[in-house]
Design a protein around this ligand. Structure first.
Ligand code: GLU
Length: 548
């Protein structure tokens, strides 16, 4: 068969360069030894998830701790799945978590010399190489219809065989020259398939950068490399791109492991040196005692939007993912609580080989700890950014008074105290802790445990003596002084010695005052709260809480 003629008939494009020119166009990168070039290669589907962030973080760390490059490539070969604005959303979402690309799609960088970074814009490169494979007899046109392929699959399934286009099922592999041209003349649509040279009896030991040695069998599937719309499949496109973008290390999810034999063969037939591959383990969660993969359908926490809307502190999410990614990160982080995570020596050898368990409770703990390290002003800025994007109009109004909010935050966070409080877990919940400091969102329930007369006496007696200039001990002395008027013990020691002699003790008085002023039985220091909200408001709340 005249393969040159066949290749020319199937791919008559006039804009293809000779193959060596592509090598010159995208030369080896000039980098120090050991520097890794990594990439995130999402499909622009608009759904950016925790797995992307997890993988991007590994890519970014591996590139930046070795003096390498981390770039963004958009795998848009499937036009149907494309969503407007998806690329910007990937960049924005990752940026929120402090992850930035050095190069790539929509990245303004002088380094952008390996583009285009959208696969659909690279059609001529792929087609040049497919054409070459046809000329070499390593690829061929396939005219099978979807229905014909369905029949094959059914037969294979019935025979308990591996499904796909292989062996004697690969009908178009052996079409005669005459049949091929006849099909073309009849205008039958075709795809181009790899003419696999592999034998599944042969084993290959593959060195995975994360999982270590893996034994796989040789590929014998004649996979589609060019679809009928002239655009390649992921398998083929990624091989060309990772070669010409000079990727040194591909980090991708372990769901790609089963395609590895195909990729090994593709790199071989293309004559390219393979980059290193590291397959990350899937994020799992325990659901009703059973470990399973995080799922888009069942788990809202898989979506990155979830973390932004709930106001997670980005550094906390990243640090949590780092604990999953590198087994020695947590220990390092505990020893160096103030050091930015970027100082940690990230190592691929410390990446998990199997099942990464995602635990929201642990993330929440880390989040509380990280947030407790902020100053009240930093906390204000963090919460305010969330309020401006996701808060109510009331929240926005409240945050206009920065000084007032900062005072509240200093109290809630225990700034200046012996130990910081860890009450704020994330912005949404943090903002909700402020509501009782503002009259328009103060909605008390007044669940007093004491009788009407006791409550009213406590409230009115305290209102008579409250003085905002009192310090903590003067304030407390006044609280104690009310005790005898309602039959309570003013000293805890007295109460403990003879509880039967009293209706209650000084802590019950504080509780009544607290419920009146905050609407809750638990709160940070009440004297400080009264000081923050001011005399007028304190007295109004004491009076409004009087039981009718
Ligand atoms: N486009 C592929 C995906 O979104 C990328 C896989 C890879 O990183 O090679 O899953």
């Amino acid at each position: 068969m005249d393969l040159k003629k066949l290749a020319q008939t199937l791919i008559p494009d006039t804009d293809l360069l000779p193959l060596e020119e592509y090598e010159n166009l995208y030369p080896e990168r000039d980098m120090q030894k050991g520097a890794e070039v990594t990439r995130l290669a999402p499909s622009p589907t608009g759904f950016i998830h925790l797995g992307n962030l997890y993988s991007a973080l590994a890519d970014e760390r591996l590139a930046h701790t070795t003096g390498g490059i981390f770039y963004l490539r958009i795998e848009d070969t499937d036009e149907k799945r494309k969503v407007e604005g998806a690329v910007e959303s990937v960049i924005r979402s990752l940026k929120y978590f402090g992850i930035n690309f050095d190069e790539g799609a929509e990245i303004d960088s002088p380094l952008n010399k390996y583009g285009p970074y959208y696969q659909r814009q690279r059609a001529s490169i792929y087609r040049a190489f497919v054409k070459d494979l046809i000329e070499k007899g390593l690829a061929y046109p396939c005219f099978c219809t979807a229905e014909e392929l369905d029949v094959v699959r059914e037969e294979q399934t019935a025979n308990r065989q591996i499904t796909g286009y292989w062996g004697s099922y690969a009908k178009c592999r052996n079409l005669s020259e005459e049949q091929i041209y006849q099909n073309i003349q009849q205008g039958k649509p075709f795809v181009i398939r790899l003419k696999s040279q592999g034998n599944p009896e042969n084993k290959i030991i593959f060195k995975d950068a994360i999982k270590g040695d893996i034994t796989v069998t040789e590929n014998d599937q004649d996979v589609v490399i060019l679809k009928s719309d002239g655009i390649p499949t992921y398998h083929f496109a990624h091989a060309i791109d990772d070669h010409f973008m000079r990727t040194t290390l591909v980090i991708r999810g372990e769901e790609w492991l089963s395609s590895l034999p195909i990729h090994i063969e593709l790199f071989n037939v293309l004559g390219f040196k393979r980059p290193k591959y590291g397959h990350t383990c899937s994020l799992m969660k325990v659901d009703n005692g059973v470990k399973r993969k995080l799922s888009k359908r069942k788990d809202p926490e898989l979506s990155l939007d979830y973390y932004r809307k709930a106001g997670y502190y980005p550094v906390a999410v990243v640090k949590y993912l780092m604990t999953i990614l590198n087994s020695n990160f947590e220990e390092w982080s505990n020893k160096n609580p103030q050091t930015p995570y970027t100082e940690f020596k990230y190592s691929i050898s410390k990446m998990g080989k199997s099942g990464a368990l995602f635990d929201l409770d642990k993330l929440n703990d880390i989040s509380k700890t990280e947030l407790s390290k902020l100053s009240e002003e930093e906390m204000y800025n963090f919460l305010n950014a969330w309020v401006q994007e996701f808060g109510t109009e009331q929240d926005k109004e409240h945050f206009e008074n920065k000084q007032y909010v900062c005072k509240i935050l200093a109290l809630i966070m225990g700034v200046g105290g012996k130990k910081r409080r860890k009450d704020i877990e994330r912005a949404e919940q943090g903002v909700s802790l402020l509501t009782y400091f503002f009259d328009d969102t103060f909605a008390p329930e007044y669940n007093f445990r004491h009788d009407k007369q006791t409550v009213n006496t406590v409230l009115s007696e305290f209102a008579k003596v409250y003085d905002p200039t009192d310090d903590n001990s003067a304030w407390f002395a006044k609280v104690k002084a009310i005790a005898p008027s309602v039959g309570f013990a003013s000293e805890m020691s007295e109460y403990k010695a003879n509880p039967e002699n009293f209706k209650g003790n000084v802590s019950d008085i504080a509780e009544i005052l607290r419920i009146a002023v905050t609407g809750m039985a638990n709160s940070p220091d009440l004297c400080t709260i009264m000081g923050i909200i001011g005399k007028e408001r304190t007295l109004a709340r004491l009076s409004n809480a009087i039981v009718k």
